[in-house]
Write a protein that binds this ligand. Structure first.
Ligand SMILES: Cc1cc2nc3c(=O)[nH]c(=O)nc-3n(C[C@H](O)[C@H](O)[C@H](O)COP(=O)(O)O)c2cc1C
Length: 152
């Protein structure tokens, strides 16, 4: 059984809930990616704030502690909301903290409709040494789907 971590970023709780379901299903530890800055409460203000980050390629500073003994994990399940068709810059900040060479990454997202494809491509670009599996949209997720996906 590969040693697995479920890491996630979530602004309003939907991705967090999916991450909790996945972690519970496979009995893996959960790691929340938290930014130092707090994103605005409203959807519209968050759109404006995060659009600035994307435009400037600005990686927000993280408040979450680094994952202990990261090197010992074989498999990282990484969840986030789709922001502007891709992963939020907080995820880019997080990916920059570690060496993913030789690891497997399983991305998942929640979204208003967009797929995880563009984010998966970005993660492949950012982690060239990792085996990045096709990401899934996990707006709804259940035990059978989780198990099938992790076999892919
Ligand atoms: C800044 C921002 C950008 C978004 N961009 C998209 C998008 O491009 N495509 C989409 O389907 N949903 C988009 N959404 C909706 C979120 O992906 C969706 O509500 C997600 O499930 C929220 O997850 P969370 O509760 O874990 O934060 C966006 C939301 C925000 C706040």
């Amino acid at each position: 059984m590969p040693k697995t971590l479920v890491a996630f970023f979530s602004k309003s709780g939907r991705t967090k809930s999916a991450a909790e379901t996945i972690a519970r299903e496979i009995s893996a530890p959960l790691h929340e990616i938290i930014t130092v800055k707090k994103y605005p409460r409203t959807y519209l203000m968050t759109i404006l704030e995060s659009r600035k980050e994307f435009k400037r390629n600005e990686k927000p500073e993280l408040a979450s502690p680094k994952v202990e003994d990261f090197a010992s994990y074989d498999r990282i399940i990484l969840g986030f909301p789709v922001w502007f068709w891709t992963c939020p810059m907080a995820v880019v900040s997080w990916l920059g903290q570690y060496d993913f060479s030789g690891k497997e990454i399983f991305p998942f997202c929640t979204s208003g409709g967009s797929s995880c494809d563009k984010a998966t491509a970005k993660i492949r670009e950012l982690c060239p040494g990792a085996n990045v599996h096709n990401g899934i949209k996990a707006n709804t997720i259940d035990s059978a789907r989780i198990r099938e996906w992790l076999k892919s």
